[in-house]
Write a protein that binds this ligand. Structure first.
Ligand code: GDG
Length: 483
């Protein structure tokens, strides 16, 4: 049977070795969460890095790990600590991530990590080539693997390859600063279909292809001598039902078992029914604008002092890439900001910021979504931002206000949210004021439209649209070849 091979840096499960045994833990993060409903096992295989370097795998345990992964329809690519360092922490997260999020000053151009990126991409391509039949479909994910399509294409000229980028594709003026810009574009052009979250990213990519490679681009097709490549946008959705069902279950359970976190949240709501919870959830990443958000909160408290002791900002910052110096510095900055703001404003009965630096279980995430009056998600740049969509999906009674950065890909589909520029503190403070005072009827009207849209264009539809487009592209390509 023909199969779909999904390939991404990380597998949808993380392995941990405790007392000689193996535990599989579901991964946190946009991609793992989103693709779960697509990766069904039987006729699909997911190839990726397990999260353990070769050095971390005890002697003799590799076959057991392979068996455990096979149960999850997965197969691992083995990486040494040095490879992870150069490929993942190096080129992926110190060069591409900052550059593609417009943090040019953080982007490091080091030949050595580029070389490791190339050789690790080749490892991933080899893992595909080992598994793939001529009629299989390959779906490559994200910025860590941009050279893989071309590497597979060289050996299998007729196989179907799709690539999806989960982060923004920057404007030509930014992208052109990358020393290996042509190689990266050529790597991506090994695909039959290249997908982005938004039309803007698609346009930036096409512009770079035209200007850097001088290729013929017509509308959203790129013409090579012997192939035609389609470029399109597929805004990623969420597993809407999973989030709305979890919220419904949570509502029903009001008298039953409550988590410790929920009990605390309830207690504060009961002691002051007028009080409002603001919610901020992100991986701890400079692109997410957490430090700016904290500064803007301070600005808001000074501009609207009547809300002191009335509002509370819950900050969940999920640890991420803590080996990269920029992330360590940011952690320190956020710790200090939270300390300073709480020190400045706290009273005996009120702490303005509740700060959690950890990953929470799914149930607690639902506690936070359902208990927060306002979700405040203001990344400086974000490919999509699924948290914004998840928050709306959990609002079973349709109340709640979403304040969203216009720099997030999701802003394109969420016009009914309050869209703001994350750098404009004045606008943010006024928008928080507007959100606090928004009539319930207006909240419901806005969220009803958003919910309908998110329910219809869920993650399954996203994946199906991508796969259908990839199939069609293969047919178009065949007729192009037989001209
Ligand atoms: C990249 C792009 C793009 C978060 N904290 C916890 C937790 N999460 C889950 C959320 C959500 C996911 O992680 C985060 O997704 P985002 O889209 O917000 O952000 P990134 O991780 O940066 O993802 C992004 C995405 O890829 C998809 O293409 O949207 O722009 O940067 O699903 O629910 N889940 C649990 N505990 C937590 O503490 N269980």
């Amino acid at each position: 049977m023909d199969k779909t091979i999904i390939i991404s840096n990380r597998l949808p499960v993380q392995l941990q070795i405790d007392n000689g045994g193996i535990t599989a833990i579901p991964s946190v993060g946009g991609l793992a969460t989103g693709m779960k409903s697509v990766h069904t096992g039987g006729d699909s295989l997911w190839i990726g890095w397990s999260g353990l370097t070769d050095e971390e795998i005890p002697d003799g345990l590799a076959p057991e790990i392979d068996k455990a992964l096979a149960k999850h329809g997965s197969s691992k690519v083995n990486l040494t600590a040095e490879e992870v360092d150069g490929f993942y922490y190096g080129f992926s997260n110190r060069t591409i991530w900052p550059l593609f999020h417009y943090f040019l000053e953080y982007s490091e151009f080091e030949l050595e990590s580029w070389d490791t990126y190339k050789s690790v991409n080749q490892k991933f391509a080899d893992a595909i080539l080992k598994e793939a039949g001529e009629n299989d479909t390959i779906w490559v994910h994200d910025y860590q693997l941009m050279l893989v399509p071309q590497m597979v294409r060289e050996k299998r000229p007729n196989i179907s390859i799709g690539f999806f980028l989960h982060i923004p594709f920057p404007s030509y003026e930014i992208f052109r600063t990358l020393p290996w810009r042509k190689e990266v574009l050529m790597g991506l052009l090994g695909s039959d279909l290249v997908g982005f979250h938004t039309y803007d990213y698609e346009r930036h990519f096409l512009s770079s292809v035209r200007r850097l490679l001088g290729l013929e681009v017509s509308f959203n097709d790129i013409y090579l001598e012997d192939r035609v490549i389609k470029v399109d946008s597929f805004p990623m959705g969420i597993d809407y039902k999973k989030f709305s069902d979890a919220a419904k279950k949570h509502d029903k359970n009001k008298t039953g078992e409550r988590s410790e976190l929920q009990r605390r949240l309830d207690m504060h709501k009961e002691s002051d029914p007028e009080a409002k919870f603001f919610l901020s959830i992100d991986r701890l990443d400079y692109s997410k604008g957490i430090a700016k958000r904290l500064n803007a909160f301070e600005y808001f408290l000074n501009k609207y002092p009547q809300y002191k002791e009335k509002v509370r900002l819950i900050v969940l910052a999920v640890p991420s890439r803590s080996n990269v110096p920029q992330y360590q510095l940011l952690k320190k900055e956020i710790d200090e900001l939270v300390g300073r703001i709480n020190g400045e404003f706290s009273t005996v009965s009120w702490t303005p910021i509740w700060y959690f630096y950890r990953s929470m279980p799914f149930e607690n995430l639902i506690d936070l979504y359902t208990s927060s009056d306002i979700a405040w998600l203001t990344p400086i740049r974000d490919g999509m931002n699924l948290v914004a969509k998840e928050y709306i999906a959990t609002r079973t009674d349709k109340t709640g206000v979403l304040i969203l950065s216009e720099m997030a890909g999701s802003a394109n589909e969420m016009n009914e949210a309050l869209l703001i520029n994350p750098n404009n503190f004045e606008e943010i403070a006024d928008t928080l004021y507007e959100a606090i005072n928004m009539p319930v009827e207006e909240q419901k009207a806005r969220n009803a439209i958003l919910q309908k849209r998110l329910e219809r264009y869920n993650v399954e539809k996203w994946a199906n649209d991508f796969m259908t487009s990839l199939k069609n592209q293969k047919l178009i390509d065949h007729s192009y070849k037989s001209r």
